[in-house]
Write a protein that binds this ligand. Structure first.
Ligand SMILES: NC(=O)c1ccc[n+]([C@@H]2O[C@H](COP(=O)([O-])OP(=O)(O)OC[C@H]3O[C@@H](n4cnc5c(N)ncnc54)[C@H](OP(=O)(O)O)[C@@H]3O)[C@@H](O)[C@H]2O)c1
Length: 327
């Protein structure tokens, strides 16, 4: 099968077309004939070596849509030919065929989730739902601040926050153009990240917010702790700015009634797959009903994956990009 792989860490140019054997599904696994693969910042970090060095030809790609090609022993309810979306905890999505654990394969239901949109849904929606509800413990009436508000996870999280009862949702982005774009996702307001603490204080009359979703890190993370209302949570779920890790004084949590929490989908896939599946099913249902919209702003041929990575790595993306593998 045709795939895009890398065997050394580096810039987008290390992504190269390769021919690999089509994988065979083991017990509990599903082989998917891929239609679309979502392009995610985690895959950029994978290629950059943030999660370790590759061992041989490595195919990244954490989410796909397609049709069921074959199933391994013990898999029920997923017939060959069925249209599905899947989260791939071990990657492999930038290829004509990909393997997924059956528990993370979701039959498509409802016209709002066609194959193209579904290719950009399972990782993004599950993460947005999980960071809001699992890590962030969102409650009806909460005020939420979403960093990287115009991005894939951010734009989904803003919409999901409403369906989970948020009273107000604010966002931060790096440029005025992104602020204008992000407003279509229902934010009450979108601020430039530079100086966002003052803007949040003004928007909330000094109270602060109940929940911050932070995939950025560094100074943004530190400033986010300062904009929390009492018992407010900063939910850490990424490190897009690739700053060195922080060392935080715990006493400031005590003295200011603050909570710092974290979300990692790969850890959940290993240690709490049923929880992860529950989050995925709940989030995908919101997309299938049309309550949450994934805005696909760029579509590339699988062979042009490096170009998609270049845009995402430079922070130039808005909404969501997909790779077209088979249309
Ligand atoms: N923990 C998990 O399980 C999990 C799962 C999925 C995704 N994630 C994380 O969620 C975040 C969003 O993922 P996504 O795929 O939806 O990406 P995305 O938000 O569509 O794109 C990444 C965004 O990060 C922001 N950013 C901040 N500093 C940056 C820098 N130095 N270089 C490039 N971008 C920078 C940019 O937004 P601005 O221009 O607004 O700054 C950029 O658009 C990523 O951090 C990703 O690792 C975590």
């Amino acid at each position: 099968m045709r795939a895009i792989a890398f065997k050394e860490i580096g810039g987008p140019e290390v992504l190269r077309p390769v021919e690999l054997p089509t994988p065979e599904p083991g017990p509990g696994e599903v082989l998917i004939r891929v239609s679309y693969a979502g392009v995610n910042y985690g895959e950029v970090q994978h290629r950059l070596g943030d999660f370790g060095a590759p061992e041989g030809e490595t195919v990244t790609g954490l989410e796909v849509s397609g049709t069921v090609a074959a199933t391994g022993a013990g898999v029920t309810g997923l017939e060959a030919g069925a249209e599905v979306a899947a989260y791939l905890p071990d990657g492999g999505g930038y290829a004509q065929y990909a393997l997924a654990p059956a528990s993370f394969v979701f039959p498509l239901a409802g016209p709002a989730l066609d194959l193209r949109t579904a290719g950009a849904a399972p990782l993004v929606l599950t993460t947005a739902y999980g960071v809001l509800s699992g890590a962030g413990r969102i409650a009806p009436g909460d005020t939420v601040l979403v960093h990287a508000a115009a991005g894939g996870v951010g734009s989904a999280a803003a919409q999901l926050a409403r369906t989970l009862g948020a009273a107000a949702v604010y966002g931060t982005v790096s440029t005025p153009e992104k602020a204008r774009y992000a407003r279509r996702f229902g934010y009450d307001d979108v601020f430039l990240r530079d100086g966002f603490a003052e803007a949040v204080a003004e928007a909330t009359s000094g109270r602060g917010v109940d929940l911050v979703l932070d995939p950025v890190g560094g100074p943004t993370r530190l400033a986010s702790l300062e904009v929390l209302a009492p018992f407010g949570r900063v939910a850490v779920y990424g490190e897009a700015a690739r700053h060195p890790d922080l060392t935080l004084p715990v006493l400031s949590l005590w003295k200011n009634n603050r909570v710092l929490t974290g979300y990692n989908i790969g850890d959940l896939a290993r240690r709490a797959p049923e929880t992860l599946r529950r989050h995925a099913v709940a989030a995908l249902a919101q997309a299938a009903s049309g309550a949450v919209r994934i805005d696909i702003t760029a579509e590339y041929d699988l062979a042009d994956a490096a170009q998609a990575h270049q845009v995402l790595e430079s922070g130039g993306n808005m909404g969501k990009a997909v790779l077209r593998v088979r249309s």
